[in-house]
Design a protein around this ligand. Structure first.
Ligand code: KG4
Ligand code: ZN
Length: 375
């Protein structure tokens, strides 16, 4: 089908977009307004986590996620509009995640957005979920281009140079597990419940981080690429060697694991900042951290030290906006609209995509956007 030939009803002063997010196990919708000066304001942000639906399975089950999105999404959109005090007639466009992510869920959200757009005569914007994460700091903190992004979530661990809307250069990525995934797998083998990251962090508080000398993979090699699967194996071997685990062992293993990943993130970030500063000529670049792992206090404080030592700024959006949400999708749609060109993303025949790298020129790596993982 050809491009959706409905002109924008944007007023000069402000633009209002409904954003829909269904790419993993959060069903989310949000209404965001952008004023003529480019400032964003969240009018509503409704997120329904499906943690309970998936709890019994120890991970996200794609089919269950897709079915839950079907059941929940319409009610969540109605609530997002009600919270914003608006109706469909007040919207200028509808944005939805079109990938990467679990394909069933992405299809539910994208088709819903297309249906709303068609019925109400609105443009639809197919948003790359990773672009949503990448641009959130501009909504929350008005960060100017270019900046360095560390995206650490359940499905991705990447450094990206964010040069403009639609212009992303991948500087490094994981070659196996994502960092959130490494936290989740470590939690599982320590017998800690889902979600793994916060529970490993909690257990680590009482632990001795020096008891186990876990490897810091890829610190010398690959410069800005990550590898976490060897670390996970080292934790498993150490745990098996002292099984059955007492509480103190779990705490020490969690603390030693967290110390290793914190070192890796801090050191790689220092290298990435140096590269980014050299490439851009910026003396005091900004490092933005996004994704669920940004909630980790040990990692945050290590990054605070790294950026301070470099003379760089650190921006970590509020955690509710680092994890998956509809506001980041609405904002990415608004940013696209503001460029005046939504070609390629504003067509009614935009497909749902399981894979959709932000930097299409970067060579594919196993851990950089796998099928069936969180983004
Ligand atoms: O961004 P997110 O909510 O979902 C996507 O992956 O898109 O990230 C979820 C990931 C999970 O792997 C979770 O264990 C991890 O973020 N996470 C944490 C913490 N909170 C969430 N990892 C370490 N420490 C935390 N406090
Ligand atoms: Zn995400």
């Amino acid at each position: 089908m050809a491009s959706f030939g409905i002109s924008l009803r944007m007023s000069q002063s402000q633009t209002i977009v409904l954003g829909i997010e269904t790419s993993c196990d959060e069903t989310a919708a949000s209404v965001v307004v952008r004023d003529g000066a480019g400032h964003g304001r969240i009018l509503s942000n409704v997120v329904r986590s499906q943690v309970e639906e998936h709890a019994a399975y120890g991970g996200v089950v794609p089919e269950i996620a897709a079915r839950a999105h079907v059941e929940l999404l319409d009610g969540i959109i109605v609530r997002a509009l009600a919270d914003a005090g608006l109706g469909f007639a007040d919207l200028d466009a509808v944005a939805a995640t079109a990938g990467p992510g679990l394909i069933g869920g992405v299809m539910v959200g994208l088709m819903t957005a297309k249906a709303i757009a068609m019925v109400h005569g609105l443009p639809v914007i197919a948003v790359n979920h990773l672009e949503g994460h990448a641009l959130t700091a501009r909504l929350t903190d008005g960060v100017a281009f270019p900046y360095l992004l560390l995206l650490v979530s359940g499905g991705h661990s990447q450094f990206l140079a964010v040069e403009g809307v639609g212009t992303y250069r991948r500087l490094g990525t994981t070659i196996d597990d994502a960092l959130g995934e490494a936290f989740d797998k470590t939690a599982k083998l320590l017998g800690l419940p889902n979600p793994g990251g916060p529970n490993v962090e909690r257990a680590a508080l009482a632990g001795d981080a020096t008891r186990f000398a876990f490897p810091r993979p890829m610190l010398g090699k690959g410069r800005l690429d990550f590898s976490f699967s060897g670390l996970k194996t080292a934790v498993r071997n150490a745990a098996e060697a002292i099984a059955p685990l007492r509480d103190v062992d779990v705490a020490d293993l969690a603390a030693s694991f967290q110390a290793a990943v914190t070192d890796i993130i801090a050191q790689k970030s220092a290298t990435a900042l140096a590269d980014f500063a050299r490439d851009t000529g910026q003396q005091a670049p900004t490092l933005v951290v996004a994704g669920g792992v940004a909630a980790n206090k040990a990692i945050r404080s290590a990054l605070t030290a790294t950026t301070e030592a470099f003379g760089a700024d650190l921006v970590v959006p509020p955690i509710a906006l680092c994890t998956d949400n509809g506001a980041m999708i609405a904002w990415a749609g608004l940013e696209r609209l503001a460029t005046g060109d939504i070609s390629g993303q504003g067509d009614m025949d935009m497909p749902a995509r399981a894979r959709w790298p932000l930097d299409a020129s970067a060579s594919p790596k196993l851990g950089s956007g796998r099928l069936g993982t969180k983004a």
